[in-house]
Design a protein around this ligand. Structure first.
Ligand SMILES: O=C(O)CCC(=O)C(=O)O
Ligand SMILES: [Fe+2]
Length: 315
C-alpha cells in the first residue's frame, strides 16, 4: 500500500478563521498517518508546483557551476552558522555502513543578507531560497498546531518551542539537494544516492523532482516507494518529535536509491528540516518520563556527531 495523501485545503496557507470542527477532523487524519506510517503527502497546502520548480531551477544553476565557484560556499566556512553552506558529492554518509552519498546539497540555515550568498551565474539565489524558506516555515507552523490538536494537547504546545525559525537561535534548515548523473561503472559497492537514515528534528517537509528513488521503511519492515506527486508536499516525523511524543508519532527510516544502470538523469529535492529553538527543553508531551528532558540543540549536535563524526560534520 502506498503512503497516505491528505487534503489540506481547509487549512491551506492564507486561510484564517477555520472552524474548530474542520481543524479537528484534519488533525485526526494527520494523527492516523503520523502514528501508523510517519509520512504523509499533503495536497492543497498553498505551496504550488511552480514555486517549487522555480527554487529547484535556481538551485540547479548553482550546482552546475564549476567546483571552484562552489567551494567558497562550503559548509564550515560561514561564521554565522557551522551547518550553513554547500556540501560536495560523497561528503556525507547518512548510513555509515555505506560509502559516501552520491548527492550534493546546499544548506540554508542562516537567512542573513550579510552572509556570502552565491550570485555570480545564479541571480536571485538568496531571494528565491529565503522566500521559499518562509513559505515552508508558515506551513510547518500550521502542521505543528494540528499535530498538537491530534494528540488532544494545547494547540500551542509545539509552537511555543518553534518561535524563532529563521533566526540565529533556531537550527531549522532548507536543504536543496542535487543528485548528479550516475555513471554506473564508477559506483562503489553498496553506494546509494542517499543512505538509510531518519531525520533529526521535529518534522521535515520534502518536495521532489519527478525522478524516482525515494523509499520509506514501513511498519512491516519493507521499503516502499515514495514517488513525487506534483503539487503535494511530503511531510515526515523526525526523531526528536518521536521522542517528544513518547513514540506516538513515528519517525520512519528512508533512503534514495540509484537510478537503473544506464539512466543518466539527475534528481533534485528540497527538504525543510524543522527544529525547535536551540534553547528549548524537550520533555515527553504526555507528562511521562519515557525519555529524560533534553536540550534541543544538544540533541541535534549529538546526532550530527554520531552520524558524520565530528570531523565530517564540519567539512
Ligand atoms: O532527496 C530526497 O528525496 C530525500 C532526502 C533526505 O531524506 C534527506 O536529506 O534527509
Ligand atoms: Fe531524510
Amino acid at each position: 500500500m502506498g503512503l497516505p495523501v491528505l487534503d489540506f485545503s481547509v487549512y491551506e496557507l492564507g486561510k484564517g478563521n477555520v472552524s474548530v470542527a474542520k481543524l479537528e477532523k484534519l488533525s485526526k487524519e494527520l494523527r492516523k498517518a503520523f502514528t501508523e506510517v510517519g509520512f504523509v503527502y499533503l495536497k492543497n497546502t498553498g505551496i504550488n508546483q511552480e514555486e517549487v520548480e522555480k527554487v529547484m531551477h535556481v538551485s540547479k544553476e548553482f550546482f552546475c557551476l564549476p567546483e571552484d565557484m562552489k567551494k567558497p560556499f562550503s559548509r564550515g566556512s560561514f561564521s554565522c552558522n557551522e551547518f550553513h553552506g554547500w556540501i560536495a558529492v560523497e561528503n556525507e554518509i547518512l548510513n555509515p555502513s555505506r560509502p559516501g552519498d552520491l548527492k550534493e546539497a546546499y544548506n540554508i540555515t542562516s537567512l542573513s543578507a550579510d552572509n556570502n550568498w552565491p550570485s555570480e551565474g545564479v541571480e536571485d539565489f538568496r531571494d528565491v531560497h529565503v522566500s521559499f524558506f518562509l513559505r515552508c516555515k508558515d506551513l510547518s507552523l500550521r502542521v505543528l498546531r494540528l499535530m498538537a490538536l491530534g494528540l488532544d494537547l494545547e494547540p500551542e504546545v509545539f509552537l511555543n518551542t518553534h518561535k524563532h525559525i529563521g533566526s540565529a537561535v533556531n537550527a531549522t534548515t532548507l536543504r536543496s539537494l542535487y543528485y548528479p548523473p550516475v555513471n554506473s561503472t564508477c559506483v562503489k559497492e553498496n553506494q546509494l544516492r542517499c543512505g538509510e537514515h531518519s531525520d533529526y528534528g521535529s518534522i521535515t517537509l520534502l518536495f521532489q523532482s519527478p525522478e524516482s528513488g525515494l523509499q520509506v521503511l514501513n511498519r512491516a519492515g519493507e521499503y516502499v516507494s515514495a514517488p513525487s506527486i506534483p503539487g503535494t508536499v511530503l511531510i515526515n516525523i523526525a526523531d526528536l518529535m518521536q521522542r517528544w511524543t513518547s513514540d506516538v508519532y513515528v519517525s520512519a527510516a528512508h533512503r534514495v536509491l540509484l537510478p537503473p544502470a544506464g539512466d543518466s538523469s539527475t534528481r533534485q529535492s528540497l527538504a525543510f528540516f524543522v527544529h525547535p529553538d536551540d534553547e528549548a527543553m524537550i520533555s515527553c508531551c504526555d507528562g511521562s518520563d519515557k525519555y529524560p528532558p533534553i536540550n534541543s540543540f544538544d540533541y541535534l549536535l549529538s546526532r550530527f556527531n554520531d552520524t558524520y563524526g565530528k570531523k565530517q560534520a564540519l567539512v
